[in-house]
Design a protein around this ligand. Structure first.
Ligand code: SF4
Length: 365
C-alpha cells in the first residue's frame, strides 16, 4: 500500500500530473486519453473528486469493467425469464435486480411473486438449494475474474455436499480478450489504461504483459485517492517519456502470478468460449463455460426460453459509454430522463456503472 500522502504532497502531485498532461497536449494537439477499465476505479475517480479536478487536463473514459453493464441484452432477458419457469428459485447479486430487461426487471418479477433471493456470497445459493430440495435453485454467475472464484467456490461446495438441485447460469467475462478487442477498434482513441486491481489480484501482473506488444502504458492500481494519484502520475510519466509498459502500483495486493488457487480452479473448471458483450457483440474466447467435468451444473436447456429479443428504442448509449466512445454526460438522457432512481440503462443501475458514478461525482479534494 502506498504511504498516505500529505495534503501538500497531493497538491504537488496534482501539479506534476497537470504539467505532464499539458506537455502531452501541446505536443499532440489533444488531451491524453486514459481508460479506467474497472467500474470500481470509475467510482473511485468520481468519489475522490479526481475526475472533476483533472478533467481539464486528461480525458477520462470508462471501460467495460462493470460486469452487469457489459452483459448483452439477450442474456439479461434470458436470465430474467428463468423466474417464469415453475419450481425455480433464482439467486443473484443485488445489482441485477433493477437492470432493465426488454420486458421487465427482476425487481418487478419479484413484486409479482417470483422467488428471487439476493445473496452477498454465491455460496448462499448452496444453502438455499439444500433447504429447498424440491425446487431448482439457479445461481446467476455474472462477473470478471474477480468474481469467478467466489462462483466456483459455490459450485465446489455443492459438489462436495452432493447438492443436485443447484444450477448455474454463467455469464462470465475475461479481461484480456476485451482489452485486445478495444485496442483493435479503429474508432477508439486511448493512450493508456488504469488496469483493474481486483482482477489483477486473481490473474497476476504477468497476465497484462500482452499490453507490452501494443506499446500502450498500463498501471495496475488500487482504489484510494493516493493510489489513484500515483497511478496517474506513473501513466503520464510513461506516456510523455515514450516508454510504455505495465507497472504494478498495487504490489501489496497483486503479485506477479496472481492467486494460484483461483487460477487452478479456473483452469480446472472452466473453458474459454465466445461471449456477447453490450455494444461490441460476440468476442471469441471472451467468456467461460464449464468444462465437461462440471457441465452438470449448467442451467438445464429446458429452462432456457429463447425470449424474442425486443429492441427497445430507449436512446440509451450504454454500449458507447462502455467502449469509451462517449462520456456519460454526452448521453442526451443523462440526468434528464435517466437517473439512479429512474435508470434507463444498466450503466445507471449498477453502483459500478459509469453513468451512476458520473451522477454521484463529487468534489472532495
Ligand atoms: Fe444509458 Fe442512462 Fe447512461 Fe444514457 S445515462 S447511456 S440512458 S444508462
Amino acid at each position: 500500500v502506498n504511504p498516505e500522502l500529505s495534503k501538500s504532497e497531493r497538491e504537488q502531485m496534482i501539479h506534476q500530473i497537470d504539467t505532464l498532461a499539458k506537455q502531452y497536449q501541446k505536443e499532440n494537439g489533444r488531451k491524453p486519453v486514459i481508460m479506467e477499465v474497472c467500474g470500481s476505479h470509475t467510482v473511485a475517480l468520481a468519489q475522490t473528486g479526481l475526475k472533476t479536478r483533472l478533467d481539464h487536463a486528461i480525458r477520462f473514459i470508462s471501460g467495460p469493467g462493470c460486469p452487469v453493464c457489459v452483459t448483452d441484452q439477450s442474456a439479461i432477458d434470458q436470465m430474467i425469464s428463468l423466474v417464469d419457469q415453475p419450481g425455480v428459485i433464482l439467486t443473484t447479486f443485488g445489482d441485477m435486480m433493477r437492470v432493465p430487461g426488454s420486458y421487465a426487471t427482476l425487481m418487478e418479477k419479484k413484486q409479482r411473486g417470483a422467488d428471487i433471493r439476493i445473496f452477498y456470497s454465491p455460496t448462499e445459493a448452496v444453502t438455499i438449494a439444500e433447504n429447498n430440495p424440491g425446487q431448482t435453485v439457479i445461481l446467476l454467475g455474472i462477473g470478471f475474474e474477480t468474481t469467478i472464484p467466489a462462483i466456483l467456490a459455490a459450485v465446489r461446495e455443492a459438489e462436495e455436499k452432493s447438492v443436485k438441485n443447484l444450477q448455474v447460469y454463467l455469464s462470465l467475462k475475461r479481461i484480456e480478450p476485451i482489452l485486445s478487442t478495444l485496442l483493435n477498434d479503429p474508432d477508439l482513441v486511448v493512450d493508456g489504461f488504469i488496469l483493474p486491481g481486483h482482477v489483477a489480484m486473481i490473474v497476476g501482473e504477468r497476465h497484462f504483459n500482452f499490453l507490452n506488444n501494443r506499446s500502450i502504458p498500463g498501471v495496475i492500481s488500487g482504489f484510494t485517492l493516493d493510489e489513484m494519484l500515483t497511478s496517474l502520475k506513473q501513466y503520464l510519466d510513461m506516456l510523455t517519456a515514450g516508454t510504455p509498459g505495465v507497472i504494478n502500483n498495487y504490489q501489496a495486493v497483486v503479485t506477479a502470478e496472481g492467486n494460484p488457487v483461483a487460477r487452478q480452479w479456473i483452469s480446472e473448471m472452466l473453458t474459454p468460449v465466445k461471449e456477447a458483450w453490450r455494444g461490441l457483440g460476440e468476442i471469441p474466447e471472451s467468456g467461460y463455460a464449464f468444462t465437461d467435468r462440471f457441465s452438470h451444473f449448467r442451467v438445464s436447456s429446458d429452462l432456457l426460453t429463447q425470449t424474442p429479443h425486443r429492441v427497445k428504442k430507449t436512446g440509451c448509449r450504454c454500449g458507447d459509454v462502455l467502449t469509451g466512445k462517449i462520456q456519460p454526460l454526452e448521453c442526451a438522457l443523462f440526468d434528464r430522463i435517466c437517473t439512479p432512481d429512474n435508470p434507463v440503462g444498466p450503466c445507471m443501475v449498477s453502483h459500478e456503472g459509469s453513468c451512476s458514478a458520473a451522477y454521484e461525482m463529487k468534489e472532495t479534494i
